[in-house]
Design a binder for this molecule. Sequence first.
Ligand SMILES: CC[C@@H](C(=O)O)C(=O)SCCNC(=O)CCNC(=O)[C@H](O)C(C)(C)COP(=O)(O)OP(=O)(O)OC[C@H]1O[C@@H](n2cnc3c(N)ncnc32)[C@H](O)[C@@H]1OP(=O)(O)O
Ligand SMILES: [Co+2]
Length: 134
Amino acid sequence: MLGRINHIAIAVPDLARATATYRDVLGARVSQPQALPEHGVSVVFVELDNTKVELLEPLGADSPIRSFLEKAPTGGMHHICYEVEDILAARDRLKASGLRVLGDGNPKIGAHGKPVLFLHPKDLDGTLVEIEEV
Ligand SMILES: CC[C@@H](C(=O)O)C(=O)SCCNC(=O)CCNC(=O)[C@H](O)C(C)(C)COP(=O)(O)OP(=O)(O)OC[C@H]1O[C@@H](n2cnc3c(N)ncnc32)[C@H](O)[C@@H]1OP(=O)(O)O
Ligand SMILES: [Co+2]
C-alpha cells in the first residue's frame, strides 16, 4: 500500500527562524511560507533531492500541533507522510485492520493540493502517520 516518503514533518516554535537555518546554514532550497488555516498550521517545505522536510508552526488557537509544542517547546519530529495510490481504499483497509483514522475520516486537501489523512500515533508505535494520494 505504501509508496515513497512524501515528507517528514518537524513542528517548530518559530517558522521564520527554522526556515533561515535550513536555507542559510544548511544550504537547502526552501519554499515560501504558506498559511493553511483549515489545517491549523503555517508550513515551509525544505526541498531535498529524495524527499521533503515540512516545517510546521501552529496557526490559530485550535492548531493540532499546539499541545505537541507545549510538551516539546523547542520543537521535534511530528509526522511522516507516505504516498498511496488510492486514499479511500487505503483508509478502508487501515480501518478494517483496527487503526484509528483521525478527524471525520474524510480526506482533507493537503499542502500539495492532494487528499490527505492522518492515523493515530498510538496505533503506529508512537508515530503520527499521514497518507497522501499521489
Ligand atoms: C500542512 C498540511 C498537512 C500536509 O499536507 O502535510 C499537514 O501535515 S497538517 C499537520 C498538522 N495536522 C495534524 O497533525 C492532524 C492530525 N493530528 C491530530 O489530530 C492531533 O495532533 C493528534 C495526533 C490526535 C494529537 O492530538 P493532541 O490534541 O495533541 O492530543 P494529545 O496531546 O492528547 O495526544 C494524545 C497522545 O498522542 C501523543 N501524540 C500527539 N501528537 C503526537 C505526534 N505528532 N507524534 C507522536 N505522538 C503524538 C501525545 O503525546 C499523547 O500521548 P500520551 O501523552 O502518552 O497520552
Ligand atoms: Co504533513
